[in-house]
Design a protein around this ligand. Structure first.
Ligand code: TRP
Length: 329
């Protein structure tokens, strides 16, 4: 039987960090055998908010894709490509824009939030309002059954389904697949200061973080505030460091719980051990990335191959779409 399809994307707006790994990338890695996967660099989406520093996007693409490859995305199994290199994304974006009511976009919670959060970026633009329509085009173009995303993206998936339904209704056809989300098992993964891990909070550990810096950052983490002395019993379930154990050392999680809640080991020891686990996990991948980036042409040719494969699929869908909307000459 033909495998079901997955599509997902990451915007190349800066370095990737552990939040991306836990929230999205690790999910991608696990889906590669079961599904036909399309993993996309969403550079048009990046441009919508980063248009004033647009020249940085290209370099970020190479850096991010090197991370993907080093952290387990296998270009032989999955199609890795760049959105702006497959012209059909903008074509379908336009055709979906035609049928998308403005109200749906103004009502979108991410639009309202971002306008407030990214004030300095001046994203009160025509294109940015259409951000979810472009995302719908990305997904529908590949007739993706599943879309692995973080929780924050769920409104965009809902909108994608609504747009697909409206298209089918208006043009009396059944071209697209209504996509379902795949959420990561660990929806909450916080930065070293206990807030959401994010570039703008500067509380992140990047995927290629220097090993010494990993240690410094982990040692700076807050633990259970009620555990003042080593002899105090801790509450692992409210400790951010413990949540790192859940992700990066699930096998020893019960032991760590015992050390903490029965005051058998102190927080500093616990953090030191976590730093060791992370440096081992990340060090190997960072080395792989450095190796890859010695010759950027390798990354570029992997992308070119992916662009071609994605383009082949996308052009078939667009042919169908144009035909139901405009007919044949
Ligand atoms: N909006 C997504 C994000 O910010 C990125 C993205 C663009 C995407 N196109 C997509 C994700 C298609 C899933 C599917 O994370």
């Amino acid at each position: 039987m033909e495998k079901k399809r997955v599509l997902s994307g990451i915007r190349p707006t800066g370095k990737l960090h552990l939040g991306h790994w836990v929230g999205v990338l690790s999910n991608w890695v696990n889906l590669q055998d079961k599904y036909q996967c399309f993993f996309m660099v969403a550079d048009w989406h990046a441009l919508m908010s980063e248009y004033k520093s647009s020249r940085e996007i290209k370099e970020t693409i190479i850096d991010n894709v090197a991370d993907w490859l080093a952290w387990g995305i296998d270009y032989k199994k999955s199609t890795i490509f760049v959105q702006s290199e497959v012209k059909e994304h903008l074509e379908l974006f336009m055709m979906l824009s035609v049928i998308t009511p403005l109200g749906w976009l103004f009502r979108c919670p991410t639009f309202k939030e971002q306008l407030v959060q990214l004030k300095d970026k001046e994203i009160n633009t025509y294109a940015f309002l259409g951000y979810p329509v472009l995302q719908a085009a990305d997904i529908l173009l590949y007739k993706a059954h599943y879309v692995p995303v973080g929780e924050d993206q769920l409104p965009h998936l809902e909108l994608t389904r609504e747009i697909a339904r409206r298209f089918h209704f208006i043009y009396n056809c059944e071209i697209f697949v209504e996509p379902q989300d795949i959420l990561t098992p660990t929806p909450k993964f916080l930065g070293v200061d206990g807030r959401k891990m994010s570039k703008s909070y500067n509380n992140y550990i990047s995927l290629d973080e220097e090993l010494t810096s990993i240690e410094t950052k982990v040692l700076s983490m807050f633990t259970d505030p009620s555990r003042i002395k080593n002899t105090d019993r801790g509450h692992p379930d409210i400790c951010n460091v413990f949540s790192y154990y859940k992700v990066f050392a699930p096998k020893i999680i019960e032991e760590v719980r015992d050390w903490c809640s029965n005051a058998k080991r102190g927080c500093k020891d616990c953090k030191k051990m976590m730093a060791g686990i992370l440096t081992e996990f990340m060090g190997e991948r960072s080395r792989k990335k450095r190796e890859l980036l010695k010759d950027k042409d390798i990354v570029i040719s992997i992308l070119e191959e992916g662009n071609r494969k994605a383009g082949n699929f996308a052009s078939l869908t667009m042919k169908e779409v144009k035909e139901v909307v405009m007919g044949k000459l």
